[in-house]
Design a protein around this ligand. Structure first.
Ligand code: SAM
Ligand code: DTB
Ligand code: SF4
Length: 324
């Protein structure tokens, strides 16, 4: 098999399988070589997350502490007021983040909620930060409204393979997700789309998820690879832990298949050793969430992450020239 690091959207499932079966060293060498062709290997893009509207979500995603279907101790909250969101955005910027990601536990936003977010996006953009939002399913007009407000990225994950998906979520379909991604792309927003490892899926599901991502009409600009954060009360709490080396393989595959996309070592880092994270960065991860909280669950403390980046000689990636 020969492949170059050209951007391809025509990967076959067999090609992805062939990569997935490579010995670990061959896979990592190939991924790292491709990584260096497209990125500074010592730079990581830094994002900070804030949950603007937490809990009470009508969807039944079996991994999620914010679903009303599960008793996890996460209660439905009100929408955070804009002064607090801005305070967090300023703190994120001071901490070195270049992208500020705002989440809401919705199936899809109502017209008034899109307006409220458009206001937040204008204010956060004015701070010189890239903006990202993750608000559930979006229609194309809604995506355009957010784009007009200055939104840079929209996060909407496929989560797993189409085959495994019904084991995880019943309240919205895989097709619904693909449609939202199309609406977001059509509106000219950058796409942030990835998945979760550790949902009880097989290797086949990881291969199929990556194949689906890499054969979208355009590769997502950012590909978050989350490791399941197990939350008591969710149906997936107690699922077998992921083999760290298998997780590194997923990062390497994402890097090879989507050479120019930022691959984010996303949720689950509190359960990862420094050495595992170092291998992920070598395999092609070049983005992370910085700050002590993801949406409702903990993330490594800022000083701990800073120490890790220092030990690895990694530095935050500056905003692209011309800002966003
Ligand atoms: N409610 C919106 C939606 O799902 O479309 C946006 C917020 S939702 C929390 C964003 C993503 O976070 C999910 O698609 C899922 O991939 C990820 N996520 C949620 N809970 C997680 C968990 N326990 N572990 C890892 N990732 C998780
Ligand atoms: C993504 O892929 N991971 C982030 C972000 N996109 C929105 C969310 C992780 C959530 C982890 C569980 C929690 O903190 O509630
Ligand atoms: Fe709701 Fe999003 Fe959680 Fe699913 S992942 S239950 S849609 S907040």
């Amino acid at each position: 098999m020969s492949e170059t690091s050209a951007i391809r959207n025509d990967w076959t499932l067999d090609e992805v399988w062939a990569l997935a079966r490579l010995p670990f060293n061959d896979l990592l060498f190939r991924a790292h070589t491709i990584h260096r062709q497209h990125f500074d290997p010592n730079a990581v893009q830094v994002s900070t997350l804030v949950s603007v509207k937490t809990g009470g979500c009508p969807e039944d995603c079996a991994y999620c502490p914010q679903s009303v279907h599960y008793d996890t101790g996460v209660d439905a909250g009100h929408m955070m007021d804009s002064a607090e969101v801005l305070e967090r955005a300023r703190a994120a910027r001071a901490g070195g983040a270049t992208r500020f990601c705002m989440g809401a536990a919705w199936r899809s936003p109502k017209p008034r909620q899109v307006e409220q977010f458009a206001g937040l996006i204008r204010e956060v953009s004015a701070l010189g930060l890239e903006t990202c939002a993750t608000l559930g399913m979006l229609s194309e007009p809604q995506a355009r409204q957010l784009k007009d407000a200055g939104l840079d990225y929209y996060n909407h994950n496929l989560d797993t393979s189409e085959r495994h998906y019904p084991q995880v979520i019943s309240t919205r379909s895989y097709r619904d997700r693909l449609e939202t991604l199309q609406h977001v792309r059509n509106a000219g927003l950058k796409v942030c789309c990835g998945g979760i490892i550790g949902l009880g899926e097989e290797l086949r599901d990881r291969v199929e998820l990556l194949h689906t991502l890499a054969t979208l009409p355009a590769h997502p600009d950012s590909v978050p690879i989350n490791q399941l954060v197990q939350v008591e009360g969710t149906p997936l709490s107690g699922t077998a832990a992921v083999d760290p080396l298998d997780f590194v393989r997923v990062i390497a595959l994402a890097r090879i298949l989507m050479p120019a996309s930022h691959v984010r070592l996303s949720a689950g880092r509190t359960d990862m050793s420094d050495e595992m994270q170092a291998l992920c960065f070598f395999a092609g991860a070049n983005s992370l969430f910085f700050g002590e909280r993801l949406l409702t669950t903990p993330n490594p403390a800022a000083d701990r992450d800073q120490l890790l980046l220092d030990r690895l000689g990694l530095r935050p990636e500056p905003l692209a020239a011309g800002g966003h």
